[in-house]
Design a protein around this ligand. Structure first.
Ligand SMILES: [Zn+2]
Length: 80
């Protein structure tokens, strides 16, 4: 089952259980919710989560107190 199959079921207006699908009904809402867990939407959801995590780490990272003891400074790297 993929998201397109759910879209087809919604567009034909009849659920797999035989119930009519009307927008705003619990049937419709449930199908939409299920669709969000199916590919390709699940890839989008994973990317959103990853982007949110990057944003979180950026806010936690303290740029003013970065310290790389084993990393040569720029000026030293240029002199050689
Ligand atoms: Zn149903």
């Amino acid at each position: 089952m993929n998201a397109a199959a759910i879209d087809y079921i919604i567009s034909r207006g009849v659920c797999i259980c035989g119930e009519e699908i009307r927008e705003g009904s619990s049937h419709h809402a449930h199908l939409i919710r299920e669709r969000d867990f199916l590919p390709p939407q699940s890839i989008g959801a994973m990317l959103r989560t990853f982007q949110d995590q990057i944003k979180l780490y950026e806010t936690l990272w303290d740029y003013d107190n970065l310290n790389y003891p084993n990393y040569p400074s720029k000026s030293r790297a240029v002199k050689t």
